[in-house]
Design a protein around this ligand. Structure first.
Ligand code: SER
Length: 314
């Protein structure tokens, strides 16, 4: 299968490339930035600005992918600093990719939405289908992406499929998200011996380890369409408090110094997000299940972070 990835140089993209190449797909990686050092050397790397409709159309036309994984996005923290850029990349960029799929006849589009697409005032365990009232530009544009994708599915028969990702944790370099405190407890905690989280110790949001996040994308992409009753799915793995994450890191890195000093802006964003997602619909319709809970993630991630630091990649 031929797969085109937008935002391939991001935290998800780099891991997705490795996974798709390993299973034998032909991958075309695209990003605004140059090929990062961590990208596999054998993947073709094409420059693509998703805000440029002609460039998106030309590249999709030239590559003729069976499937596009559209990952290019500005995350929540950066998006609040540059809402205009977040709008263009997330909103216009997604529209451009959808239009290219329609015009060129791409069969399938996989899209990544987020816990930030929800808003405040929802139950502690948030069901799949609820009113979406996000309070960040990132969240607003992701809801719009979900709805546009559903529209293209109904109107143009595009096989649009989407997961709502929790905050993602991996040994990669994070990219301007508000959930990044969780990842920094591992990366900075191990590299520098200390990290001060920008949230309260009792902050609780849904989180997921990257191998589960990658498997969710490829499993959803491969699920038989007739089993899917919708286009957009909550997926979940764990919802520890920041203090519980710190405790888990300390169990593997005993001398690490992890403290908390809440930043009001980022705390307000975190407080507007769900505390946990109900992923029952994804489990029923395409067999989604997570493999990593907090301590399993810590046991796997700590040696990975140490390896990345040794290789100068963190
Ligand atoms: N990780 C994202 C962020 O923090 C949430 O989807 O913006």
């Amino acid at each position: 299968m031929k797969v085109l990835i937008t935002g391939a140089g991001g935290q998800v993209g780099l891991e997705l490339i490795t996974h798709l190449l390993a299973r034998g797909d032909t991958v075309c990686a695209t990003d605004l930035k140059e090929r990062p050092a961590a990208a596999p050397a054998d993947v073709p790397w094409r420059h693509l600005d998703v805000t440029d409709p002609a460039a998106v159309h030309a590249l999709v036309q030239q590559e003729q992918p069976d499937s596009i994984f559209h990952l290019a996005a500005i995350l929540s923290a950066t998006g609040e600093q540059m809402p205009n850029v977040a709008y263009r990349v997330n909103q216009t960029g997604t529209y451009n990719v959808l239009e290219a799929c329609r015009q060129v006849g791409v069969r399938q589009l996989i899209f990544t939405s987020t816990i930030a697409a929800f808003g405040p005032g929802l139950p502690d365990l948030v069901p799949n289908d609820v009113p979406m009232r996000p309070s960040t530009m990132y969240g607003v544009t992701k809801v719009a992406g979900e709805l546009l994708g559903e529209y293209y599915h109904q109107k143009w028969d595009l096989d649009f499929r989407c997961v709502r990702y929790p905050g993602l944790i991996s040994a990669g370099v994070p990219g301007g998200g508000t959930s990044d405190y969780a990842l920094h407890m591992y990366t900075d905690g191990i590299k520098r011996g200390h990290y001060e989280s920008f949230c309260h110790a009792d902050t609780r949001i849904p989180l997921m380890y990257m191998p589960d996040a990658i498997r969710a994308l490829v499993d959803l992409a491969a699920a038989p369409r007739e089993r899917l009753k919708r286009c957009v799915y909550n997926i979940a793995a764990m919802s520890p408090t920041a203090a519980e994450i710190a405790e888990s890191v300390r169990s593997a890195v005993p001398d690490v110094d992890l403290t908390f000093c809440s930043d009001p802006h980022r705390q307000a964003i975190l407080d507007s997000w769900p505390r946990a997602l109900d992923d029952g619909v994804a489990r029923d319709e395409w067999g989604w299940h997570h493999e990593y809970d907090l301590d399993a993630m810590t046991a796997h991630l700590v040696p990975e972070v140490r390896k990345m630091i040794e290789h100068g990649l963190l």
